[in-house]
Design a protein around this ligand. Structure first.
Ligand SMILES: *Cc1c(COP(=O)(O)O)cnc(C)c1O
Length: 350
């Protein structure tokens, strides 16, 4: 197979990082008990407990859609509702899985420019109706960092959880890129999760350097009752569980979970620094994690495509570039150079 030049259309283009792969290889050296009753899975769960300084319940599933929708379903009855932002992955990119796995719990969507939920928006939706005809608000879900690369500060999460407590709502965090938020904030995982009032966290492994897999962490163990059955019913109980759990040991015990995220963030910062001064270009959102959303005239984006660059424009028409653990800085510089050339062609043509 030919190796193609690196692209930044998605952080899922990346391969498996060495630490995760080494742990998988180690777990492959012999046999182990099936369905999660193995020593690798126990050790991975304990790694999370140490990392979070919390005695939570930890589950491993194949992907983020399953993690989010099963976690939300576990917090809801079918007549409940879940408050989320209009750009939330659960709303825009999970094909209705949260509603499906909850047997109909409805998503209540707050319009949001930058992807963040606010205490005011939560309060407005939760208070919009209180009669029997409306699905009863039960959960708030926030994405950290958001789909638009915005990082909630610890104080912002605390303000949201305070409203949740006041209104009797549980707080779920979609942490598909949770490590990137920790890297940006320079905080411990505990500070931005349970210490800030998060009840359940979906911690993304795939975008953090694993082949596949996400962890679901219940800081309140009572909420995890029967969750193992829910996973099994949904087709998310891996029989050879050690291959979903062992890579976490590699990521967490080596510190790669944070280094990988820091690298992705630094690459996004680098691109932003290299093209931030170009006339006619701007960033749709502040660069706070591992993504850059570039706003440019359609001709400039077309010129970039012609030069072979791949990117999505599904968020507000801007070109999204995502940087993973394996991002090659020389390739970022090539991209910046091509953006510069495309933009100057635009200026010359005008
Ligand atoms: C990638 C991602 C997920 C998980 O997506 P899957 O393809 O189901 O693994 C969840 N939430 C956000 C915000 C994501 O970016």
């Amino acid at each position: 197979m030919t190796q193609h030049p690196q692209q930044f259309a998605s952080d899922n283009y990346a391969g498996i990082c060495p630490e995760a792969l080494a742990a998988m290889m180690e777990a492959n050296a012999g046999s182990a008990v099936a369905y999660g009753d193995d020593e690798w899975t126990l050790r991975a769960a304990n790694s999370f407990r140490r990392l979070f300084d919390a005695d939570g319940e930890v589950f491993f599933v194949f992907n983020g859609t399953a993690a989010n929708s099963l976690a939300l379903a576990s917090l809801c009855q079918s007549y409940h509702s879940v408050i989320c932002s209009s750009s939330a992955h659960v709303e825009t990119d999970e094909c209705g899985a949260p509603e499906f796995f909850s047997n109909g719990s409805k998503l209540l969507v707050a319009q949001s420019e930058d992807g963040k939920l606010t205490p005011e928006a939560i309060r407005a939706l939760a208070a919009s109706r209180s009669d029997i005809h409306f699905p009863k608000p039960r959960v708030v879900t926030i994405t950290q960092p958001t789909e638009t690369g915005q990082v909630y500060s610890i104080d912002e999460v605390k303000a949201i959880s305070a409203v949740c407590r006041e209104l009797g709502l549980k707080l779920h965090m979609d942490g598909a890129r949770f490590a990137h938020a920790c890297a940006t904030l320079g905080c411990t995982p505990a500070e931005i999760s349970w210490q800030a009032g998060v009840d359940v966290l979906c911690f993304g492994g795939t975008k953090n350097g694993m082949a596949v897999g996400e962890a679901i962490i219940y800081f309140d163990r009572a909420l995890a009752a029967d969750f193992d059955y829910r996973c099994k019913q949904a087709g998310q109980l891996a029989s050879k569980m050690r291959f979903l759990s062992a890579p976490w040991i590699g990521l967490i015990e080596s510190g790669a979970w944070l280094r990988n995220a820091e690298h992705g963030n630094a690459c996004a910062r680098r691109l932003a620094d290299l093209v931030g001064d170009l006339p006619g270009l701007s960033f749709k959102f502040p660069v706070q994690a591992n993504s850059v959303f570039l706003e440019a005239p359609a001709e400039v984006l077309e010129a970039l495509r012609e030069r072979g660059w791949r990117f999505y424009t599904f968020i507000g028409g801007s070109a999204r570039f995502m940087f993973a653990w394996d991002c090659d800085l020389a390739r970022v510089e090539e991209l910046a150079r091509d953006i510069r050339v495309a933009a100057s062609g635009q200026v010359l043509a005008a």
